[in-house]
Structure formats: C-alpha cells, structure tokens
Write a protein that binds this ligand. Structure first.
Ligand code: GLC
Ligand code: CA
Length: 551
C-alpha cells in the first residue's frame, strides 16, 4: 500500500469566497490565493483542494455551477487560475478541484435548453409530469429546500432537485451526460490539475421508477444513496478518464459505512475511487448532521475513528478531516472555546496521526470558532435559511435561531482571519460576510509569531507526520477504549512506535502508559503544556492536554 503519491501527503482546503480578497471588493479570490500560496505551503501541506471556483449564481456558493469550464469572474479568470496552478506546482503543492456533477445550476445552458426541450439536452435532467392531480411525481424530500421536485412552467413538467431548487439533478443515466462529465474532467486534467473532490458523488444514480418512499424523513434517500448504477458510472469515469492521468478521485459520501466504502476504495481490481470523505466521525454531537443536536460524546467519536481505521487497514486508504465548509468549527463542537488553543491542539493530534490523508480547512489551523449572529437575516447559507423556516413552524424564533447559531454552515464560512488589523486583513473593502469578532486575538499574524500557537502546533504536527513512517504506514491500535475523556492510540511500523494521548476534558484524568510503553524520562515530541513530566508510569492530564511520543 505504498505506491500512491497522496498517501504521505496532507491537503489544505480553500473555500475561495472567504480565504483572501486580492482586489478589494470584499470577496475572496484567486489573486488573494496567489498571494497566500507560500502561507499554505508553510502550514506543512502538500496540496490544495479548492471548493468550486467556477461560474455560479451562488445559490449554494459555487455548488451550483453555470459553466464548468470557466472561473467565476468574482474569483478571477482562467489566466489567473493557471498562474495559481503553476505557482502551486512550483512550490510542490498539488491542486485538486471540486467536481460537482450530481446537479448543475438552473442557470446552466444545459438546463435552459433542456427546459425548452432542445436536442440533445432534452433528457439531461430528471423531468417527470406530475401525478394526475398535479402533485409532484413522488414524495421525495430535498435536502435543502422542501420537496425534491419543482415545477417548471417553461417545460410544463417537474424536475428533480435533491438539494436547492436552483440545483437541478443531472440525469446520469443518459450516456450523453456522462460524456459531458468526462469532457469536463479532461478539460481540467489537461490543464494540469491533480485530481477531483467529487461532490455528493454517491447520489448520482437514482433507482429506476423513482418510487415513493415510506421512510419518515429524508424521503427518497434510500433510492439514490449508493444507487444501482453508481459503481458502473464511477468505473466508466475511471477507465475512460482518470486512469489516463496521474490523478486521484476523492468521493464525498454522506451516510457511508466502512463496509460499503470498501466496495469503492478497496485497492486492486474494481476500485473506483481513491479516497472518500465519510461523515460518521462528524456525528459525535448530532444525528444526521444538523437534524438533531446532542451533547458531544467522545466515545461516539472514537468508535467512528476506530471502525474506519480497523476496517480499511491493509485494504484501502483513509481520508482524515475534522472541518470543512459544511460543518461548524470543531473547537466549538468537540473542543472548548474556553480552552481554544489547548483543545485545538488535542483535536489536531487526535486526527493527524491516524492512518490516512489529512485535510485541514482554512482557519482550522488558527483555531477559528463559530459565530453567533443576532438575526437569521444576518445568515447567508441557503440551508441555514431553510432550516430556520422549518424550525419556526414548531419552535420559538429564539430557539430556532439558537439552533442555527449552533449548527449552521455559515460558522465555517466567515472570512479568514489574517491579522488583527482592519477587516482582519482579509480585504481592503467591506467583507462580503460577517467576521468573527474574535479576530484581534485569533489571527495568522499573531499565531505565526507565537511559537506556542495552534498554528505552529499544526506545522509541527504535519512535519512530524511526514517524517515519521509509523505515522503514515503504521498499524493502528487504541487504548482506554471505554474512556469518555481520553483518546489514546498508537501507530507501529518496523519497530517504530508513536503514542498519542488526547484529553477531551477540562478535568484531570489519570493516564497510565499502556503495557509495553515506557514513558519515564522520555520527552514528548509534541505537547500543549510545558513540563510534560511522567511519574509512576503516567501523568494526570491538564485541561485538553495532549502528548505525542515517538518510541
Ligand atoms: C456537498 C457540498 C455542499 C453542497 C452540497 C450540494 O455536500 O460540500 O457544500 O451544498 O454538496 O452540492
Ligand atoms: Ca475580490
């Protein structure tokens, strides 16, 4: 399992709108990215995943694409993209694009022509007449905006949208649509990009007949999640395109289990994806992402980590992440805003040394935390707005707002905090979206100058990972499995052992090194408190203490 270039690497995710504004209009862009490539490199990663940069009316901030072959004018143009690509490559950074092909924008030319029944676009989308009484073709729910069907007056039929109304689903059963997808892939691969993160790719094949679904919520999901032709279509993309390039395909896979994942990412014959973003470890404080909030349970997190580490071992490669543009900030969820830096470090150590390719989301490395805006009107995400409308049917507006504040995607989409100066150094103009008011304390400039900052912990951790074979190739073994406060795991490879101890509690917990580990007299290679002494075979943890030993 050694040959693939992405295995020892780590990636940084850029959500372009909020990363860095280079031309003063308040919106992040590729001029800003160009300027910050050295910074990204300095974090210790080997590549960048760009959330969508394409032309889009931004009903879902780029995940509704109107032109797959051009850069949004808000972000720049193809010329500046090529410069970014070239400079990234010169710095030794890979560049991975988002590929969003479950749906397009309703403003895409294909949709505009499809609704007018113009060949060859007539069947590019999933069109159906309503039922005899005019009701939608089936009872499926969309994930973002009411029912999964919207009636189009131009065509006189319903179209399917699993996400927002402005995101009509492509009809992947149509071979012409698959050819379009392959052509888009070739367009970017020929330009030199190194792979794709494939947006909700496991939803692209829908059950024939689109039957009604008796399930009480997320109706329809069982008929499109890992649908009947998914493997076949992925194999086609791989065989016809991806195999011809030195690139990877990372599929986003909601509701995925490791057992099912192996059907896609197990190495060898029949492998259709290289990597996969699953969600199980993101549900240690909720059920079904924003559906139901629960208190954070470390045991639930550990169980998810363990299952993926164990089930994929020797068969497939894991993908590691704690944040992206779809989840609130991790310190606010699994850590502690009070112990921001300490818990940020424990969280970093908890995932960066597992087996797999880690992803770090912009701002995660400096410990950005959630925002709580005073009114729903201050939020901007389509999902937050629609969830709020749903919640106030049953709850007071105050309660509904609190739910949004706790779990909306906008919390991870505030502008990157570069400095304590005007607009957090993000833009010379008025930022497009609220800044987190903590930017005078939490910012890149300040953390860069502080050797004990979270940023410098990320740098040290990523460098340690890269230079420690056990951290990359080692077997995974967990200790203190039933502890609700400590997460302890070891990696072992060719006689080298790495031991990671992470406390997820403010309270002191007695940690005793597992049998076979002698920590006396050893200095941790990474830790988040001074004086990391060991007594009687262990130590008592300080709030959110973490230590990493190489033995
Ligand atoms: C993925 C994206 C998310 C988007 C959705 C629909 O989950 O990460 O941001 O809204 O797909 O494209
Ligand atoms: Ca700009």
């Amino acid at each position: 399992m050694k040959e693939k270039w992405y295995k020892p690497m780590a990636f940084y995710q850029v959500w372009p709108r909020s990363f860095k504004d280079g031309n003063g209009d308040g919106i992040g862009d590729l001029y800003g990215v160009l300027d910050k490539l050295e910074y990204i490199k300095s974090v210790g990663v080997d590549g960048i995943w760009f959330s969508p940069l394409y032309v889009s009316p931004n009903a879902d901030y780029g995940y509704d694409i109107a032109d797959y072959r051009n850069i949004s004018p808000e972000y720049g143009d193809l010329a500046i993209f090529k410069k970014v690509l070239e400079k990234a490559h010169a710095l030794g950074l890979k560049v991975v694009m988002d590929l969003v092909v479950n749906h397009t924008s309703d403003e895409h030319e294909w949709f505009q022509r499809s609704r007018r029944r113009e060949a060859p676009y007539t069947d590019y989308y999933i069109w159906r007449p309503g039922k005899a009484d005019g009701a939608p073709p089936n009872n499926w729910d969309s994930l973002f905006e009411g029912k999964a069907w919207a009636f189009d007056d131009v065509r006189g039929e319903y179209y399917l949208h699993l996400f927002a109304k402005k995101q009509p689903d492509l009809n992947m059963d149509n071979p012409a649509v698959r050819e379009e997808v392959k052509a888009v892939m070739r367009f970017w691969l020929d330009m030199g990009v190194d792979g794709f993160r494939e947006d909700v790719i496991t939803f692209i094949s829908k059950q024939a007949g689109l039957p009604d679904d008796p399930t009480p919520f997320a109706r329809g999901m069982k008929y499109y999640k890992n649908g009947p032709h998914l493997r076949e279509y992925l194999a086609e993309f791989r065989h016809d395109v991806l195999d011809q390039y030195d690139c990877f395909a990372l599929g986003e896979a909601p509701m995925m289990t490791p057992e099912k994942a192996l059907g896609f990412i197990a190495e060898g014959e029949g492998q259709t994806l290289d990597l996969m973003f699953h969600f199980q470890h993101m549900e240690a404080d909720c059920f079904f992402t924003e559906y139901m909030h629960l208190p954070f349970r470390l045991r639930k997190l550990k169980r998810a980590f363990r299952r993926w580490q164990k089930k994929l071992a020797g068969k497939a490669w894991n993908t590691l992440y704690l944040e992206n543009h779809d989840h609130p900030r991790i310190i606010s969820r699994y850590g502690s805003e009070k112990y921001r830096a300490e818990s940020g470090k424990t969280l970093a150590a908890a995932y960066l040394f597992q087996q797999g390719t880690p992803f770090v989301y912009q701002g995660q490395e400096i410990g950005m935390s959630n925002i709580a805006l005073p009114s729903i009107d201050d939020y901007t995400d389509v999902l937050a707005k629609n969830n709020y409308k749903k919640y106030i049917k049953r709850q007071s507006p105050e309660k509904a707002l609190r739910r949004i504040q706790r779990a909306c995607r906008d919390s991870s989409r505030t502008p990157m905090q570069w400095s304590g100066g005007a607009n957090a150094g993000f833009s010379e103009g008025e930022p497009w979206f609220a800044l987190n008011p903590n930017y005078p304390e939490v910012n890149v400039a300040k953390e860069d100058a502080d050797p004990d900052s979270l940023l410098n912990f990320y740098r040290a951790a990523l460098s340690l990972r890269k230079n420690t074979p056990a951290a990359i190739w080692g077997d995974y073994r967990e200790y203190r499995k039933i502890s609700g406060k400590l997460y302890v795991y070891a990696r072992e490879y060719e006689g080298q052992r790495l031991l990671v101890v992470c406390s997820f509690s403010e309270k002191p917990v007695r940690f005793k090194a597992p049998g076979g580990f002698r920590l006396e007299g050893k200095k941790p290679v990474l830790c988040n408190y001074p004086d990391a002494a060991v007594k009687n075979g262990g130590f008592v943890t300080r709030p959110y203490e973490t230590r990493v030993y190489v033995l």
